[in-house]
Design a protein around this ligand. Sequence first.
Ligand SMILES: Nc1ncnc2c1ncn2[C@@H]1O[C@H](COP(=O)(O)OP(=O)(O)OP(=O)(O)O)[C@@H](O)[C@H]1O
Length: 524
Amino acid sequence: MAPQLIAGRYRVERELGRGGMGAVWLCRDEMLGREVAVKQIGALPGEAADLARGLREARSSAALQHPNVVSVFDAVDEGETIWLVMEYVPSRTLSQLAREEGPLDPRRAAAIGAQVADGLALAHERGTVHRDVKPGNVLVAEGDHAKISDFGIARSNTADEHRTQTGLMTGTPAYFSPELARGADSSPASDVWALGATLYAAVEGRQPYAPRENAIATLAAIAQESPEPPRRAGALAGAIGHMLDPDPEARWSMAQVARELHDVAAGGAGVQDTRADDDGAATQVFPAPAAVAGAAGAGAAAGAASEPETEPGAETEPGAETQPEPVPAPVPAPEPGRERQRRTPAGWWVAAVIVVLVLAIGGLVLLSIGDDDGAPSAEDTTSAPSGSPEPSEETEPTEETSEPTEESEPEETEPTEESEETEPTQGASGGEAVGLVEDYYAVLPGDRDAGWATLSPSLQQQIGRDSYDGFWSTISTVDIVAIQDVGGGSVDVTLTYDGGSRETRRLDVGRVGGELRIVGDRVV
Ligand SMILES: Nc1ncnc2c1ncn2[C@@H]1O[C@H](COP(=O)(O)OP(=O)(O)OP(=O)(O)O)[C@@H](O)[C@H]1O
């Protein structure tokens, strides 16, 4: 039944949606005269709904003041219920957006993902892991402004001896990383995987792991198989490949992800994943989890940090709250050395037996299963709305953290928009072009206004100022390692960002209205 007044202060106006843990209400804060979203948090099985827990949840978000993180204003204890009072974001979730508009254009997905990654990168920097990144927790507001919500099960990385007491596991199975599926604890790397799976679902119209008959089967598949490479991801494919690296040690950090996504959103060609597919097919390869050595096995499951789980997609069907379903946890690591392993009946039995043992020994894992989150069926949808390529410019991405395996032929990335200069331009000499590019990077990242003014209006339009600023705000230093005139007003420049990651870009320079400007930019 809908409450009317919460904590004597929040007047309920209407229900905004429902998740696995309860409803979210649009309320008017009568004290401050503003609208807020108030989320009810009930008790988890085996765990009392106590103020400490609610406050702990609130603290994860409250500590994060970031334009891409939903702010939490308050946590209120009313009897058996904790209410989280949050910033109200008039929005659709990414899962709703994708369902209503069809699979997203990769650059639009990158622009949304970049913002989420910015928020999560800050959380990771502060020692907080989100633990439930999924399309249903990405709120997309007007102008594709994105915010990550629901730090409700987020936990600080610092020791929290209470969190495993009940042996519950939370999260959304379809977005679990292989190491989580095998019983390891959540980590920043598992958030990166979940964001990769989220972007995969957004562009592909399906989750990387098709919904199985139950959560155990989903976890088993994640632990033992690699996902099908994405087919519609274009320039985003390489980034998704690195985010879905089965080895959490090799997986990109969230900060790396943010830089690459901003770059792709800005029209960058995207990194090429040089890892190979064993059948020689297209480029970005998703090494099977089997290749990961030392993943926590079933033994880790019993003591692993687990908690109650939430469920995807429920928000699209008000009232269709998913019931958490008890399932066994972690699935053992498959034998090493088999790429792209496919499930076999025998393998299933082994996994099932171990899983049952884990359940018996290790305690309950609670997961909700409706795998409906985020992935519109590709068949249901027709087009990929080209989102406002609101991009920025530079990029960063390197593959240094990913394990090189066999060579694969890099997938042709989709043509980038930045090379399509429509405004009338006149060529620049090699000396002029090199000089302008040197001047450009000399002012960055400190003076973004000056950098921005160096771009032609057409390139500015392709990139978008927000995205430009978003990218450069993640960079502390950029240095030119090498620069070369390649003719026709184009310059190849090799850069290092923050003294680490390195890339080579080709910048085209021309005269626009008599002024020298950068008119094109791409990774080479
Ligand atoms: N701050 C907010 N502003 C506006 N709408 C919100 C806000 N938070 C949540 N909602 C809406 O309420 C719905 C339910 O949110 P909730 O966080 O409970 O769902 P969920 O993430 O799918 O579930 P779970 O908590 O089980 O992960 C969302 O799908 C969204 O539509």
